[in-house]
Design a protein around this ligand. Structure first.
Ligand SMILES: NC(=O)c1ccc[n+]([C@@H]2O[C@H](COP(=O)([O-])OP(=O)(O)OC[C@H]3O[C@@H](n4cnc5c(N)ncnc54)[C@H](OP(=O)(O)O)[C@@H]3O)[C@@H](O)[C@H]2O)c1
Length: 166
């Protein structure tokens, strides 16, 4: 499809290092983007380094840690004292601090909200700058614990479904 000009770029999602290694070994196309879970509590820095080595953009899903709240977790990014403290220093919200952090570190971020006011809030991140120390403090929140499923557990047996129109 890329060669025929039917698509301009190919992206992948939830590819872990083993999946990327296989893709790069068996095909000639480097994906433009890998959309993966990234928020302050789960940062996948080793995977992000692999992206940087190959020029693959890291796109963060659950970029403000929504998955730490809507799955009923006990510790949520929105209530995190470090994020709240940084947010106070800039007169911004924890969500805006997290989104600004992604942008300053070169990631694409795709926050989701059903509320117009929050959608506007989530765009309003271009009038402040996090300091190096603040970014380091956010990096230090990494717990290495996934919110979402482990991509290796996603099989046809566990997630397969019929697509009638296919
Ligand atoms: N590729 C994948 O495997 C994968 C997996 C999961 C998600 N995604 C995609 O990633 C996108 C975002 O992920 P996500 O929805 O999991 O997480 P998210 O964007 O980090 O968080 C969304 C949650 O945060 C709330 N929220 C949004 N803005 C807020 C704000 N400014 N302050 C406080 N709370 C706020 C939302 O509630 P309200 O709606 O009530 O505002 C919602 O509960 C979605 O488009 C989703 O489709 C992809």
């Amino acid at each position: 499809m890329l060669a025929d000009g039917n698509v301009r770029a190919i992206g992948v999602s939830n590819f872990m290092p083993n999946h990327l290694r296989r893709l790069l070994a068996e095909t000639s196309v480097i994906p433009a983007v890998n959309q993966i879970e990234v928020h302050p509590y789960f940062q996948q820095t080793a995977l992000q380094r692999i992206h940087a080595e190959h020029g693959i953009l890291t796109q963060a899903w659950s970029p403000i840690g929504g998955i730490t709240s809507y799955l009923g977790g006990s510790k949520t990014t929105f209530d995190d004292p470090t994020l709240q403290n940084i947010a106070r220093q800039h007169g911004k919200s924890p969500a805006q601090v997290m989104l600004r952090g992604h942008l300053q570190q070169g990631r694409s971020a795709i926050p989701k909200s059903t509320k117009p006011a929050r959608i506007a809030e989530n765009f309003d991140v271009f009038d402040f700058e996090l300091s190096k120390d603040q970014l380091t403090a956010i990096d230090a929140l990494d717990t290495s614990v996934r919110g979402g499923p482990d991509p290796d557990s996603i099989t046809l047996e566990t997630f397969g479904r019929e697509i009638p129109e296919a």
